[in-house]
Write a protein that binds this ligand. Sequence first.
Ligand code: SAH
Ligand code: DHB
Ligand code: MG
Length: 232
Amino acid sequence: MPATKDGSQVVNQEHWTAVDGYLADTFLPPDSVLEQVLANSAAAGLPAINVSPLQGKLLMLLARMQGARQILEIGTLGGYSTIWLARALPANGQLITLECEPKHAQVARENIALAGFSAVVELRLAPAVESLAEIVAEKRGPFDFIFIDADKERYPEYLEWSLKLARPGTAIVADNMVRKGEIINAKSDDSRVHGARKFLEIAGASPRLDVTAIQTLGIKGYDGFALAIVRS
Ligand code: SAH
Ligand code: DHB
Ligand code: MG
């Protein structure tokens, strides 16, 4: 995208990246564990689609604001967001994370061990809907905080399962809700856009949820996330 000026505002990827760099330099001290986690993920050939460092810290702060003791994550990849979320937990906290790719799960297990969270994090290697059905059958939960970040086509299903595993007050965060603005294109030929739109529409219409969504700019480009709280 060419650099354009909108008033005093510079709008291009280079500038969003530079601003993320400045904010990360200001708020995020050097973190050799998370740097190693990303290096391991890259070396194993995992796609670099993890949340950004600033977004990871936002997840940690939201989970901490929530006083979360039980966290559920759908979509582990190399465990980067998992580790940020695990850092929000109190001493007796637990996190279950769901992943269906054996290679991702293997890298994530190594990374989670490196970060010292093997005893806190349970990684389930299976299609997420299968793990979710098992977690319900096992009567696990309720979860205090749920992060949805797997295949976008199934976000509506993940929302349904999340509501089964929630309590009044549970926070649900869903990543990748804006997709470069494609979210307003009802005629998109991208099934991920339709999954995201359906998720937002179902969440918005649910009498059990208070929901918002925020557009974001940064090193990952133009996207956004939804945040919902389960009503009392
Ligand atoms: N939360 C991670 C990024 C997750 S990327 C982070 O920010 O660090 C999405 C992940 O979801 C990928 O690893 C992909 O393999 C996994 N995934 C996709 N479809 C899935 C499914 N049906 N069940 C479980 N995991 C799935
Ligand atoms: C993709 C997935 C993500 O979860 C993300 O944050 C960015 C990109 C993807 O599948 O392309
Ligand atoms: Mg994502």
